[in-house]
Structure formats: C-alpha cells, structure tokens
Design a protein around this ligand. Sequence first.
Ligand code: MN
Length: 733
Amino acid sequence: MMRQYELVERVRRYNPQANEDLLNRAYVYAMKAHGAQTRASGDPYFSHPLEVAAILTDLGLDDATIVAAVLHDTIEDTGVTREEIDRVFSPEIGRLVDGLTKIKKLDLVSKRAEQAENFRKLLLAIADDVRVLLVKLADRLHNMRTLHFVPPEKRKRIAEETLDIYAPLAGRMGMQAMRDELEDLAFRHLTPEAAETIAARLDGLEKKNGPMIRRIEQELQQELKQRGIEAEVKGRRKKPYSVWRKMERKSLAFEQLSDIYGFRIVVPTVEDCYRVLGVVHTKWPTVPGRFKDYISTPKQNDYRSIHTTVVGPGHQRVELQIRSRDMNEIARLGIAAHALYKDSPVADVETLSKESGAYRWLQRTLELLAEGDSPEEFLEHTKLELFHDQVFCFTPKGRLIALPRRATPVDFAYAVHTRVGDSAVGAKVNGRIAPLLSELHNGDEVEIVCAEGQAPPAAWESLVVTGKARSAIRRATRDAVRAQYKGLGRQIVARAFERAGKPFSDDTLKPVLSRLARSSVEDIYAAVGRGEMFSGDVVKAVHPEFTDERKVQTGHNKKELGWFSLKRAQRLLFRSPDGRLPEKAVPIRGLRGDLPVSFAPNGGAVPGDRIVGIVTPGEGITIYPIQSPALSAFDNEPERWLDVRWNLEESGNDKFPAQIKVTAINEPGTLGTIATAIGDAGANIANIAFETNSPDFRDVVLDLEVSDLKQLTAVISQLKSKPVVSKVERING
Ligand code: MN
C-alpha cells in the first residue's frame, strides 16, 4: 500500500506548490474512515482510494482532485457526511466527493430505464465539475485492474458496462491511454479466449519482429537527425482489443492484418511535424489513402496528429503518427491535459470550453438533456454520440440495431436475422424506398422487404461492411451453387444404380460416407455433380463386386461406346453424313471472282455472324466469324483480309456449318435427348465426336447445319433446358 509520503512525492513531482498538509490530512482521514474494511482481494479497503489517487497523479491533476479521489468512497461506505468533508477540507472538495457518491449508486443496474436515468445523473455530475468524471474513470480503471477478485457473474456486468459507457466516454474526452486500458481489461474478461489468443500471437510476432522494430526506429531516427530534426521515435504494437476490433470489423484473419505495429514520431513544434512528413514521404513510397492530417482538422476530442503509412525499411508497411509534444500530451491525457485547474481554486469553465472540443461536446450533450428527452431517449442519443464510429438504426418496431459506419440496409437485414438478410429484396428507409446498398445514417428507421426463396447475389459480398453479412452472403451463394450440383449429382448417382441393377434411395449411401470420405449424402451428390467423384465409384462403395464397364473414350470413335452405338446414332441423326455443304452459290457479297469458298474449318460461320474472308492464294476464300481466334494468325497479312457480308435474300433454305460442344451426363438416352433437341429446333447434325474425360460426363462435339444465327441460338437454349445437359458452348476455332 502506498505510504503517506509517497502520495505527496507523486504530486510534488509535477506540482511543487502542492499542499502537503491537505494531502496528508486526506490520507489519514480516509484511512481512519475505512478502518478495517477489506476489498474482494483481501487487501485493506483503503488501498483502493489510494490507487485511484495514484492514477490521477499520472494525469497531473490538482490537489482538490487528488484529495477527492482519496475520499471518494467515504460518504458511501463509511459514516462520514458531506457536511463533515465541507468542514474538514473545503466545500469544493465536499462537492466533488458528493458528486462521486451520487454516481457511485449508478453502477451495475440491469434495468434499462434505471441505467438510462443513472447515465443522465452521471453526465449532470460531470457537468457540475469535469473532475468528477476524471476521478470516476480512475476509480473504474482500478476496479477493472482488480476485477479478477470479483465473482464471475458480477465481473461480466462490470466489464460490459465499462465497454459500453466508460471506455467510450474516456475516448470522447480524449483520454486515449485510459480508454485503451479500460477496453483491453474489459475485453480480457468478456472474451478471455479471444484475448489470450491475440495476446499470444502478438507476443509471437514480437519475438520474430522485435529486432526489425528497433531497426526501423533507428533508421527513422537517423534519417531525421541528418536533416537536423530532433525527434523521438517509438515503435509500439497495437492493443489486443484494437486488433480484435479490426478483425471483427473487416472480418480479417490475424495474418491479414498488415498494420499491427505503429511508430510515433514526437517533435518539438508543429512545423517540425510537416518537415518530418516531407522527409518520410521523400524517402519511402506512401501507401495511398492512408494520409490524414488531424493537425489542420483536429478530431472532436481534441486529438491532433498526422497519420501516414509508408512502405518503409525492409519493405514493411509502417504506420506513422507524427505529432508535437503538446499534441502528444493531449492525446494521452485528453481533457485532463488542460491545466486550468492547476493553481486555481475553482474550475474555470469558460477557459475549458474555449480550449477543449471535448468539453464543448459535453456541454452540447447536456443542453440536449435540458431539452427534456426521456432518460431512455437521452441514453440512446448520447450513446450514438459516444460511439462515433457506429450508426444506430431502428426496426419499424423500434428495436435498436447498431452497425459500423457506412453500413447498408443489407447489413441491417443480416443484423436483424440471417433469414431476413438472405431473403431481402428491397428496403424502405424512413418510409421511402431506398437501394439495398445505400449508406445508412444515425436514427434511420429501416424496413426490409423480403421474398421467400431468394438468395443474395454474390456481388453483395464485397459491398457490405459487416462481417456477419459478408459471411452469410458467402454461405448463401455457396449453398445455391451446391444445390444445383446436388440435384445433378443425385440424378447421375440414381441412374448409375439403376444401370447396375441395384436398388437406390438416399439412405443407400449413408453406410459408405466414410469410405467415400464425405460427411453427408448431399456432399456425395455435390461431388458427383461437380465431376469430382465418379458415380461408378459410388456404386462400387456400396457394392464392392460392381464393375463399371464404361471406359473413358476420346476422339472420333467408331466403336461401341457402352451407352450408345455411334453407328446407330449416325443412322438416326445424320441427314448429310458426308458433312459437306450442297454445291451451290454461297450467299455472300464481296467475294472475288469465282474463287472457291469454304467456311472456317473449326466452327464454321452462319448468317447473322459478322464475317470476314481470308484469301489463300491458289486455294480460295475462307469465311470466318469475326470473333474467331483463328483470325489472329492473319494479323500481319492485311492484304489477305476481304470485307464480306451475307446476302440474305439469296440464302433461301441453305444450311450453314456451326460447331458446338455439349457437356452432358453420360447415360443411355442422353444422346437421344440431345439429338431430339437439335431436331426440334430445325437444325441438322453433320458430324459427332466425343471428347470425354470422365465416366459421368461426356463432352459431345457436334457439327451442325443451321439456317442462321437465330436458329443456332435456339438450338443452344433448347439444349441448355435439358436436365441431362450441364453446359453448351459454341466453338470458334
Ligand atoms: Mn471506488
């Protein structure tokens, strides 16, 4: 426990004029008042107010504040009265302790209405004298530091309240160090596993990168020294909670975080800040979009600094904060840095509001309070202000949904419920129809219009801001694709069993899940549908004696294919088995004389295609569709290019060659289905070839004869509508 003289020493260090007698009297008075009381840790209770006072000496506060800290629990927990403190110390100190006593009763009530009322009282007490808040925050910080002695249930509530109210309030008041420590302690108690994991990984990185950090520090320091800038350079790693928040907000993995280290450069003057900026920007390339000048435009909590990120020594991304010493003090201490209380018996509110944006915020907030909102509304409103990196929106029924800035109605929908997000088709913001991907603002009332059987478009994934929405969209897209493959796969498997003459139902596959290394029957279907697993292997897993007689065959194949006889196919389908066009005038304008005309050997061309003729001396003219990749072979011979176009009046009932590739399930009847579809569309098949890679799927290359592009398109869409067909594409050789 801190000794009496130690307390005096601590204050003397920053305030040589400190009232030693006053401090000594407070020490003795509080020690006697708390007597034999103990804390949850078993320590004498008196150690607590002393530690709170010690925290405040780190902030360099005046005697009255330090004394109020030493006495802060006396009225509440001992027989001491306000009048007595007024008399023994001073009315100023009495008022501070009284304010702290009032807000002490506020802690840890679970009912929302009470919490709101308490928060109102807290702000009123602060408005009376900002020093009340400083003591309160120090009190909370010490309680958080010793939270592990408190029973677990109570612990969680204290940690939540800290994260909800006190840490943001400290941030709002510009007290960055206070806020960081409060957040980190609360994080450790609320999600211990996450906190431990991140801390361990940061430690690991420290071991690995420690020397590099020293090196960057030195290199920066040296560079600045050469330019005659006196600077203090310090590398620091981020706090586990801020790492965690970043991971959550951007849904990143730890490995993806690029800026776990930051470097702070502190210089004597504002001019030096910009000189440093000049030096680092000349020496190292900057990372775009990361430059922020909070010196010319300070944050609302008085924070000033220049932020920039460069690709520094060793190609490391280095995040830099450049600031003057004064700015550094303000960043650390916030509102406590304003020296107005020092050597002044009463808080100088006028100077404070002139010097501190944070204090002005407090005043504005209190004016709102005076306007007579209900305490609940007031709490909500103030929370909105406290969490300035969040937006708060409402459902039509009034439920509050907190979202990160730039959140969209899609994020909102997923925050309400995954089901709502998945089926969202439209949104109304404040009663008006709004795009699902517009930016939401504080206080918006959002109504999501849903339709059953919808799946979110995959493109949304990159446009939403919450991790929850992003992962849900990813899952829904994956599910939709999977469902497609599953249907196809089930069909293939069912027919494979049928072909093998074995009974089949979904349950048939359950006993062989592990043999096929899949965790569900659906997985098997999806794998077969994707072509990752062969249906024959699935049958074999259930019936080991089964052998699939189908073989993988490629190329033009005259042999029995197991599933269809090519000869039979030709007999049935080919109306011009030689594959040659009838000898007739080609209905193309722009041809030269009577040179023989042919169509592109791989892929052909049909009326409707934009075409070009290529002249081959001694052979003739070949007609290519303009999109044919083969044309690139003639890029350097412009003299061979011939401008031609279709003469549609003369085309009559002529047929033209085109080639398509159909990927279809390999089973009896498939070729029949394909042939029928082509016939139904009025086209002929001139030739057929198999380019196959799997027993379950066949790639069928078909040379067609069609009247024009319109008919070819009809053929392709007919084929695509068949369940056995998984893909159709036109070939342009
Ligand atoms: Mn206390």
